[in-house]
Structures are given as C-alpha cells and as structure tokens.
Design a protein around this ligand. Sequence first.
Ligand SMILES: *[C@@H]1O[C@H](CO)[C@@H](O)[C@H](O)[C@H]1NC(C)=O
Ligand SMILES: *[C@@H]1O[C@H](CO)[C@@H](O)[C@H](O)[C@H]1NC(C)=O
Ligand SMILES: *[C@@H]1O[C@H](CO)[C@@H](O)[C@H](O)[C@H]1NC(C)=O
Ligand SMILES: *[C@@H]1O[C@H](CO)[C@@H](O)[C@H](O)[C@H]1NC(C)=O
Ligand SMILES: *[C@@H]1O[C@H](CO)[C@@H](O)[C@H](O)[C@H]1NC(C)=O
Ligand SMILES: *[C@@H]1O[C@H](CO)[C@@H](O)[C@H](O)[C@H]1NC(C)=O
Ligand SMILES: CC(=O)N[C@H]1CO[C@H](CO)[C@@H](O)[C@@H]1O
Length: 505
Amino acid sequence: MRGLLALLAIAAILAVQYAEARALSEKRVSRTRMIRGRKWHGLVPKPDRPADLSSRVADQHFVQQLDHFDASNNKTWLQRFWYNDKWYKPGGPQFLMIGGESAESPTWVERDDFEWTSLAKEVGAAVFLLEHRFYGESQPTGDLKFESLKYLSSEQALADLNTFILAQNKVLNLTSPRWITFGGSYSGALSAWARQKYPDTVYAAVGSSGPVQAVVDFTGYLDVVYNALHSYNPKCAESAHNGFLKVNELGKTSDGLKTLTSTFSICTDLNKADNNTLYTFYESIIGNYMGIVQYSEDNVSVYASELTIPQLCKKQLGANSDLGGVAAVNEWLMDQNWESCLDVNYQESIDALKNTDAGSEWGDYRSWIWQTCNEFGYYQSTDSDLVVNKFTGADIPIDFYVQQCAQIYDASYENATVYTNVDKTNQYYYGQTGYNGTRVSLPNGTNDPWHVLGVLKATNGQVYPSIIAGTSHCADMYPAGPNDKPGLTAARKAIRTHVLSWSTA
Ligand SMILES: *[C@@H]1O[C@H](CO)[C@@H](O)[C@H](O)[C@H]1NC(C)=O
Ligand SMILES: *[C@@H]1O[C@H](CO)[C@@H](O)[C@H](O)[C@H]1NC(C)=O
Ligand SMILES: *[C@@H]1O[C@H](CO)[C@@H](O)[C@H](O)[C@H]1NC(C)=O
Ligand SMILES: *[C@@H]1O[C@H](CO)[C@@H](O)[C@H](O)[C@H]1NC(C)=O
Ligand SMILES: *[C@@H]1O[C@H](CO)[C@@H](O)[C@H](O)[C@H]1NC(C)=O
Ligand SMILES: *[C@@H]1O[C@H](CO)[C@@H](O)[C@H](O)[C@H]1NC(C)=O
Ligand SMILES: CC(=O)N[C@H]1CO[C@H](CO)[C@@H](O)[C@@H]1O
C-alpha cells in the first residue's frame, strides 16, 4: 500500500512536471508558424550540444561603440562574444562566425565537427563568435524602444565587427592577422558584406545561404517551397494544392469557417475573426510547409530526420483527403510544439511585438521584423503566379506584412517607407548581381527558399558560389554524414579548398 502511494506520489509529481514543461513550452512557442521566414530559434537552428562535450567556452564581453557613424556619440555597451584558441597554432588564421538574428550559442566554437571548426582544426585557426547587436544578451540600450532601434542595422553590425577585429589584433598582438568570416542566412549575407565593405580587415569570407538581395515582396520564397515539394513528389505538391483550395473555399462561408476552426484546432472561432486574423491563419498553415522545407534534412536537431520533406509528404498523402492532409501536417507540428490549439489572433501577436522589453519572449522577433521594415523586406507573400495557380492560392497579400511596420513600431511608417528602405539597402550593398567582394565562398541550396536572393552567379573571378542540389538552408554548416547529398559533399569540398588556400597563402 505504501509502495503504491509512493508510486502515485511520484506519478503526480511527474504529471505536474509534465504539465509545467508543457506550459513553459507553450509559452515559448505559442505558434507553429514562421514569422517573416524566421523560426523562434532564429534563421539558423542552434547546433546540438553533445553531453560529453568538455568545459563550456566562457562568455566574454567587448566594449563596443553605440553609434559608429556619429563621432559625437561616445556611448558604449557590452557585446557578447566567445573565443576558443584550442586549435590555434601561431601564425594560423582567425575564423569569426558572425552572429545573426537571435541569441548565439557557444556550441558553434566548441564542437570540432562543424564545417568551419573542422577547418579551423586543420589549419590551426583561432575561432570567434560575435553576437549581433539587439539580439540575445547583446543589448546596446537595454530596451527595444522605437528610439533605441535606430541603432539596429546591418551597417552598424558590420562596423561592430570591424571594430571588434581591430581591437582583437591589438589584444592578441597579431602582427599579420588573417581574418576569415563565416555566417549563415542573414549572417551569411553579413559575412559576404563584411568582406565587401571592410576588405582591409576581413581577408576572406564564407557566407552560407546569404540573401544579399533585399526585396519587399519576396514571391520567390513560396515558389521554392512548392518546387521542393514537387520535385520530391509531384503528388505531394498536388495534394497540398488541393487541400489549400479547399481551405480557401471554406473560408468564404460561415459554415466553412466553422469547419476550418475545428479542422485546424484554432483557439477561437474564425467566424469572429477580422481579415488580419484570417491572413494570420493562412500564414500559420502555409508556415508549416515553409518551416519544414527551409530546414529539411539539415543535420541538426529535429530537422535531420523528423521534420523533413519526406515525413511531411507522408503526412500529406497519408490522410484520407487533401484537406485532411493539410490538417494532418498542422496537427503534427502542433504536437511538435506542444500546442493545444492554434493561436492565430492577429492583434495579440502585434501586441506581443510591441513589447519593448529586451528580455521579452518575442524580443528577437521584434528586432528582426524591425530590420525587415528598415532594410530588407523579405516578406513571403503568396503573390506569384506559380503559388496562386499551383500551391496555396492568393492567400496573403504583401500589404498585410507592410502595414505591420506602422502597427508594431510607429505610425510614421508609410507603405512607401518600406519600399524606399529596401531600395536604399540594395544601393548600399549592390544586390546579388552587383556584389563586388572577392575571396568569398557562397554556397546555396536549391531547396532553400532563401537561395533566390543569394549571389547565384560569380560576379567576379574571386567570387565562388556553389550550387547544392536538393539541400535546404545552411546545410553546409552542420556536420557531414553518410547521407549527405552528392551536391553537399561537393560544396563542402569547394569550401574547404578555398578556405585552405586563404588560410595558408
Ligand atoms: C562623451 O561625450 C560627452 C559630451 O560630448 C563628454 O562630456 C564626455 O566627457 C565624453 N565621455 C568620454 C568618456 O569621452
Ligand atoms: C601582448 O603583448 C603585451 C605586451 O607585450 C603582453 O603584455 C601581452 O601578454 C600579450 N598578449 C598576448 C595574448 O600574447
Ligand atoms: C476583408 O476581406 C474581404 C475579402 O477579401 C473583403 O471583401 C472585405 O472588404 C475585407 N474587409 C475589410 C474590413 O477590409
Ligand atoms: C504599397 O506600395 C506598393 C508598391 O508601390 C503598392 O503595390 C501597394 O499597392 C501599396 N499598398 C498600399 C496599401 O498603398
Ligand atoms: C565595389 O564597388 C564600389 C563602388 O563602385 C567601390 O567603391 C568599392 O571599392 C568596390 N569594392 C571592392 C571590394 O572592390
Ligand atoms: C550528423 O552529424 C553527426 C556528427 O555529429 C554524424 O555522425 C551523422 O552521421 C550526421 N547525420 C547525417 C544524417 O548526416
Ligand atoms: C554558381 C552556382 O552554382 N549557383 C547556383 C546556386 O543555386 C541555384 C539553384 O537554383 C543555381 O541555379 C545556381 O546555378
């Protein structure tokens, strides 16, 4: 009897812990969807940290300038970075991973089997990881207020990088330093731009899946999602298409909305929803497909074998109807994210994004969307013909995204402001066809929706793009494995050849 009571007590404790874990996780990941192509973990999934990895590389802080472009502003802040000299051999190069739009993970400088750390080991490089301003713990003003966010830009981030490197040269007494930058996704673009803007500081660069072209209406994104599904299995793409057509049809009537509410386990009745909430619903269920395709089979966490295109198509085609397939995919991802219902309330997500507390749950989203409003756009609308006719139908207009800049940050944002900002970015960096850095390796995966905005053709004799057939976002950054696609193996080889030549020249 006592034994049974003890067991019951343990079961009760476990149940409470389970509920707590679930509540915590619900709090952290309140929606399955992508926000402007970004997942809650940031564009680049955090690397797995094996339990047997030895001591953690400690956080360090660098006194960084707040504004690099105003000489009268001498305010400073502490930028977080990590440094590992475990593989360093005197005279070896300096490898620097540029942080992107999320808190960074020191695992990047700890494990020796990533593409870049295995190279560091081979050439005796010191490795650094520098967190991006306004993400993670690198908070220049301690808040995300409108007037503070004017210091958040890729230009300032690149100047941070330049300042950091010049200071390290002094601290480490490097007489002939040779800095090679690395990065993936947004930080892949930063890596390419670092070499372009600061060629005297940065010797060479690898930029994986870097969208160096800014665009407001990023219609090419969903084209790639469709093409990736279609090239895996045309039936899968067709079934998703038919499912979405059915969703659109149901969206037109009150009975239909009732059906959608229950079919997709939506928290509140869609019949009471405003148009923006309906768009948010579409964004959520299309986001299910975006999130899988963008990371499918990257050798990291759940993407290596669980959240993959083959598994997605199994769900899509395993249901008893096309609509059922779209719902099964939704159910599957809700389970993954511990969601009890799908929250598509538009105003609530805007309110969450208005929170100016740097430590808030959606703080990194607020920073990232700020950068989309001010520099990059990158909005994944359903405006392309391919997507309208073969995939989701015309569900999400570009204006839905652009209007949010005013709603989240400040009423001074007009529709035209965002378009002007994006034009300025392309003038400043010259875009994907005007890119003029040299000694840069720029891998891109054909299944990665972001590759559309990458440097796809060499713009000069020392720009080395590599095509990786059938891989997703930043696949080359993660450890190699026996199942690597031939194109990935070839790209790894190309990157290696370039980095070796730059490291030892
Ligand atoms: C920063 O600038 C202010 C005003 O320009 C000046 O009074 C102050 O001494 C400066 N501080 C430092 C540390 O240079
Ligand atoms: C750099 O040189 C200075 C002065 O010579 C010395 O104090 C310092 O320890 C050196 N630092 C390193 C990392 O070697
Ligand atoms: C909502 O969308 C429908 C269909 O697209 C449109 O007819 C209606 O005018 C929109 N309502 C508002 C308030 O914008
Ligand atoms: C915003 O500007 C774009 C590009 O000029 C235009 O296509 C779109 O219709 C505008 N939207 C609104 C709401 O004014
Ligand atoms: C790229 O082109 C710009 C504008 O023509 C020029 O100022 C800059 O020096 C060039 N950069 C490199 C690395 O060639
Ligand atoms: C993923 O990386 C590990 C090394 O961490 C490797 O052993 C494994 O084979 C890789 N898996 C795949 C599917 O590539
Ligand atoms: C130069 C190069 O290989 N670029 C490739 C990048 O990926 C796209 C995939 O669509 C290819 O078309 C490019 O040729």
